[in-house]
Design a binder for this molecule. Structure first.
Ligand code: GTP
Ligand code: SPV
Ligand code: MN
Length: 619
């Protein structure tokens, strides 16, 4: 019975799911689980099957423990609210590491530490870190289980909140495990501990975590170790740690792309379908664009993904995109019935976990922007009484809703296709008050990569640290590139060698966040972004006008469809204006940014910058 799977002696062998009755024949997985159990010393080991019954049991336990608050089943069926430790509210970029054997492989954008030194540190931290807790083993797959080359992972965690969230965000459980066994598949070992062991008889807190946080990736063995945080991308390891950082390394080696992008399907009045992928930094509008409600007649938008896109060139040299995730982990504030009714409808179906939002008196949730008027009384995310006069937000700015993607009414049927969809356009966008026009079409692929490589944005609450500081964020991947940034850009450039040049996506730069002199937004954004998408498609079809500027092609005042808006062609011209004075500063910023790459910057991009400077000089 026991044999190879013998439980470490400290495990309670009566506990169902202890490794002596581990439900798998996957030897590498068994060995890893046993090794982790010996290191972390949990009270019990539990193999997650992903079933409804299991989820009910776990969420009941989380409610009893005070980690989850059950919401009013009439308004938010099967939904819960969680409140984190105020010191654990966002990704911790300062404590995120890429520990490649060689420092230069991590590049200047990543924190690095010698892997053996890091392993020693982590072994120390994880030693006994799960004492008094249950160790959950979550088999998962990013992307489709039926994909040609399914990408498996196993997260070991001591947080039941993570289990319940991973169940929404990824395909998990027994079906995945069976497939892993059948293929004797490689899996990414993703180890997570909140770093808060319990002494004998010690009372737990609602949100255990540690002040000492480490989010660590080992590129060579493709493993992930996350310690000390229970929040979002720090803890749901299938998401940023696997599907972006580790996957970007796999993608480099295997000839594909793992990107921080949404994917949407756009159907024109002529009933032609287009697929658009868009990379915007964290909290800069991906979920909103993916769920866009067009304000123009005859155009339809459907959703494929809102945060992560994997792309590879297909047999005919077309770039095909899939969404590796199964849920939305969306920014709550600003998501409302007027700005994003599609997200609201998905949330209203229930089966969601909200983190750090406010509670209404009738057992619902609320956040800034959900409704035009705030309720008269709330319990804020810190558990304090709140009224509209409080002078502080009721929800944390990085509060999130976690909701199954198939609850989106406008989910495109192609979401379910393991082969993905052919991409016609790629948008890169950031949050800039000045300088960057509403939309600019690049001259060609390399020029578009130049735009992506110099993308800049003001920092947001999605990561710990100062908010509102402009930083360069290449392809919105600054915190997520798993290897050297110059190599990453070179990979983008050389990959197009595999492409059918006819169908190579057209690349555009967008900025929904430009301000006017009076401080207001130069463009209303949200549903009206459908007008920009329409221009993008018309540029691809060769039917929309544009003005050539040194940085690329921008719409003429008349070429954006303003039907039903109170904007004029002159307002559009202001929103797309390329100001030479602003661009003088911008060019200096780009030069400074490029200097940081040193030798690793691709020659093609050096040449792009040179050409841009010459164009401004000649203008
Ligand atoms: P992550 O999940 O962190 O990757 O964020 P995201 O890129 O999906 O951003 P999201 O769509 O959640 O938007 C973040 C914030 O930007 C929200 O507060 C939105 O209200 C705001 N926002 C999104 N789109 C627009 C827009 O077109 N115009 C303006 N002004 N704000 C927008
Ligand atoms: C982001 O920060 O880009 C997110 C949220 O999508 S998290 O999952 O926490 O990374
Ligand atoms: Mn994101």
């Amino acid at each position: 019975e026991s044999g190879d799977n013998a439980a470490p002696s400290h495990l309670d062998s009566n506990t169902p799911g202890a490794s002596e009755d581990a439900p798998t024949t996957h030897q590498a997985l068994l060995a890893w689980v046993q090794q982790v159990a010996e290191l972390t010393q949990p009270d019990r080991v539990y193999w997650v099957d992903g079933s409804e019954a299991e989820n009910k049991r776990l969420t009941d336990e989380l409610v009893d423990a005070g980690t989850l608050v059950r919401l009013n089943p009439e308004t938010f069926p099967n939904s819960f609210a969680a409140f984190s430790d105020p010191k654990d509210v966002a990704r911790v970029e300062e404590q995120t590491f890429i520990c490649s054997e060689k420092k230069e492989d991590a590049g200047f954008t990543n924190n690095w530490m010698d892997p053996s030194e890091m392993r020693a540190k982590l072994n120390g931290l994880f030693s006994g870190s799960m004492r008094g807790r249950t160790m959950y083993v979550i088999p998962f797959v990013m992307g489709h289980l039926e994909a040609e080359d399914p990408k498996f992972g196993v997260e070991i965690t001591d947080s039941a909140y993570v289990v319940a969230s991973m169940r929404i965000m990824a395909r998990i459980g027994t079906d995945v495990l069976r497939k892993m066994e059948e293929l004797d598949a490689f899996f990414v070992p993703a180890l997570h501990s909140v770093g808060a062991p319990l002494a004998e008889g010690e009372q737990d807190v609602a949100w255990p975590c540690s002040d000492d946080k480490w989010i660590v990736h080992f590129p060579e063995d493709r493993s992930i170790w996350s310690y000390g945080s229970g929040y979002g991308g720090n803890a749901l390891l299938g998401k940023k740690c696997y599907a972006l950082r580790i996957a970007s390394i796999m993608a480099r080696d295997e000839g594909w792309l793992a990107e921080h992008m949404l994917i949407l399907k756009l159907t024109s009045p002529a009933k032609k379908d287009y697929f658009v992928a868009a990379a915007f930094p964290s909290a800069c509008g991906k979920t909103n664009l993916a769920l866009l409600d067009p304000t123009i007649e005859g155009w339809k938008v459907e959703t494929l993904g809102d945060d992560i896109t994997w792309m590879r060139f297909g047999h005919n040299g077309e770039l095909r995109a899939t969404n590796p995730e199964a849920g939305l982990f969306g920014v709550a504030p600003g998501t409302g019935w007027s700005t994003n009714p599609n997200a609201m409808r998905a949330i209203a179906k229930g089966n969601s976990i909200f983190t750090n939002v406010a509670l209404t008196d009738d057992g619902g949730v609320w956040w800034e922007g959900m409704t035009d008027d705030a309720p008269a009384h709330l319990t804020d995310w810190l558990g304090n009484e709140w009224t509209p006069e409080a002078g502080r937000p009721a929800a944390h700015p990085n509060s999130r809703f976690c909701t199954p993607i198939d609850q989106i009414d406008m989910l495109a049927e192609e979401y379910h296709s393991p082969d993905g969809v052919p991409v016609s356009a790629i948008l890169f966008g950031g949050r800039r008050k000045t300088t960057v026009p509403l939309v600019t079409q690049s001259r060609d692929w390399t020029n578009g990569i130049f735009m992506g490589s110099t993308l800049s944005s003001e920092t947001t609450a999605a990561a710990a640290g100062q908010v509102g500081v402009v930083r360069r964020d290449p392809m919105a991947m600054l915190p997520f590139m798993g290897y050297d940034a110059g190599d990453y850009l070179r990979h983008w450039i050389t990959l197009s060698g595999k492409a059918n040049q006819e169908t190579l996506p057209k690349i555009f730069l967008v900025n929904w966040f430009r301000r006017t002199a009076d401080g207001g937004f130069a463009w209303p954004g949200f549903g009206d972004n459908s007008r920009v998408l329409k221009w993008v498609i018309e540029r691809i079809e060769g039917t929309a006008d544009a003005v050539e500027t040194p940085i690329g092609f921008v719409p003429t005042g008349e070429s954006l469809d303003l039907t039903g808006m109170d904007m004029t062609a002159a307002d559009v011209e202001a929103a797309v204006h390329v100001d030479p004075e602003e661009w003088k500063k911008e060019l200096a910023g780009i030069e400074e940014w490029y200097a940081r790459f040193g030798e690793s910057l691709p020659e093609d991009l050096v040449a792009e910058l040179q050409t841009l400077k010459e164009r401004f000089a000649a203008a």
